[in-house]
Write a protein that binds this ligand. Sequence first.
Ligand SMILES: Cc1cc2nc3c(=O)[nH]c(=O)nc-3n(C[C@H](O)[C@H](O)[C@H](O)COP(=O)(O)O)c2cc1C
Length: 433
Amino acid sequence: MSRMFHLGFFSSFSPPAWHAATDRAHGENWATGAYHADLARRVEEACFDFLFFEDTSGVSRTRGGTMDADLRNSHSTPKNDPVALLSYLSAVTGRLGLIATASTTLYPPYLLARLFSTIDGLSGGRAGWNIVTSSEEEAAHNFGYDVLPTPAERYDRAEEFTDVARKLWNSWDEDAVVRDYENGIHTDPAKVHEINHVGKHFTVRGPLNSLPSPQRTPVLAQAGGSPRGRDFAARNAELIMATTTGGIEAMKAFREDIHGRMKTFGRSPDSCRVMYATHLHVSGDGHDPRRDATDAQLAAMLGKHAAHIGLDLFRYDLDAPLPADVTSNGTTSMLESLKEKGRQGISLRDAILDLCLGEDELGLVGAPERVAENLAGAMEEVGGDGFIVMATQNANAAHTDAILDGVVPHLKQLGAMRTAYAGPTLRENLFAF
Ligand SMILES: Cc1cc2nc3c(=O)[nH]c(=O)nc-3n(C[C@H](O)[C@H](O)[C@H](O)COP(=O)(O)O)c2cc1C
């Protein structure tokens, strides 16, 4: 390998793999945090850069307007708050980066800035914030909106939100805390500043009332796929996440596109890492796990996409391509991917399986050696910066073992991933190479 690449592990604070026939009891205690604490320790032992938690904020009603599909199939529910989980994981790990998702459409910026500053303090500088604008109508209804704002409105708000959060994190000078016992001064008042932000969406006086944290700002992560989302990411993010959909050429094109956009915002491409979320299907016999998907699992995958896209996908014929003229107010890029598959004559069923379980364009199905070699080969061709390993609908203890005990040692042998952390903070590790 000419250069090592970074690795993240994708998770959710929800019941792991309850569908998996071999593993139904596994993770019953997930809400105590015990399952994810164990996962975090193992991911840290393997030297991943970070453990990542996606999030959404509502029980979805995308099948015929009822909650049945989500509750029965558990595609988004139950799901507990990942930011709270990070404080627990901070205490049981020492070097692993900890990234949680929180929405700029649903949170107020002051509350979010204070929360992540606190997590960064608790973890000694290992916190990351996955900035999402939220695409679920149900979540909007839980936070006082009559309708979910349009994607453009959500990104407008996200831009202002992120500026406010950044101002709050920088509202204390580096040397504000003096702890001068003789003169009785803990913090020098001249070094803590109001931000006096008055904008279209927020009015925030500041300063933040929490202690500046080791990284000061959490690592800012984002995964916008639409042109507007990419601009937002290029302006703000230090970790930009995409998928491997479309294979090497699409991955390269995405990275180049992001680098180009960063330059127009006056940023060096070196100030951001582009990482690709992907599924690994490690097995001795190399069989395709998509053939194992049960009806319940397929319904869960369909429901998850329906919730993100904001469209009742259950209304459409699973064995026909999704019609090209459907529209929605949710995740634009996800709907576009399904419609593109439809234009290629691919049925909705196969399109969902492809998107949820990966199309194996990179050769990531099979023996651990093969998966490791193909990950390394793909990264050499793309030029950087790493992968985020996703748990699939079939994810369970065996799946985690296959990645951590099977693929990881081969990646290390190939010199493709780190064998020791560079430093105590997530940012140091993410930018060490
Ligand atoms: C790796 C990855 C993780 C994501 N995590 C979340 C998440 O936790 N919550 C969420 O609402 N959206 C999540 N998304 C969706 C994106 O944040 C983004 O909202 C989506 O791509 C829609 O943006 P777009 O309309 O600009 O394409 C994720 C996407 C990717 C690729």
